[in-house]
Design a protein. Structure first.
Length: 166
């Protein structure tokens, strides 16, 4: 009985490893990311890659929540983040893209485009969104656009932020 369980565990582990290896190998060999193999019905076409300025961005307006900023770097990699710096809420879409980061236009915080997190010594993250590129077209996940970070708001600066003491 013990040997049967060990054999079953080994075969199961081997099968999982084999499946992961095949998907990884097929993805890297063909130059296609695994995310591109997902059902395209769940993705919304945003624009062409060439519609995004090199080292720049475009904004995607959503029905609810803040806009999403879609960035393109000099390597033609495309990233998507909520258009809100984690520091003071500055519009990242107006920042300067360098490598795989964007500099916030308000206080020059460097935000990683791949993860949405501020570079040290700064701290904080802005939500990221999944991106797919197919045939030179940029797609964002429709479920994420409808539900991801819809409760985030841009901070209010100045006197309007103050509350009266009672």
């Amino acid at each position: 009985m013990q040997n049967d369980l060990e054999l079953l565990f080994f075969l199961n582990s081997f099968f999982v490893f084999f499946c992961v290896f095949c998907v990884t190998f097929a993805s890297s060999a063909s130059g296609i990311e695994f995310s591109l193999l997902k059902n395209m019905n769940n993705w919304k076409k945003i624009c062409l890659v060439t519609d995004i300025p090199v080292l720049g961005s475009r904004r995607v307006t959503r029905d609810q929540g803040m806009d999403v900023a879609v960035f393109r770097n000099s390597e033609d990699q495309v990233f998507a983040l909520l258009d809100r710096c984690p520091h003071k809420g500055g519009p990242l879409s107006q920042g300067i893209v360098h490598g795989t980061s964007v500099a916030c236009p308000l206080h020059n915080w460097n935000i990683g485009l791949a993860d949405g997190c501020a570079k040290a010594p700064d701290e904080g993250c802005t939500p990221k969104f999944a991106v797919q590129i197919k045939d030179g077209e940029v797609y964002l996940d429709t479920a994420e656009l409808a539900s991801h970070a819809i409760d985030e708001t841009r901070p209010i600066a100045g006197p309007a932020r103050r509350t009266a003491l009672v």
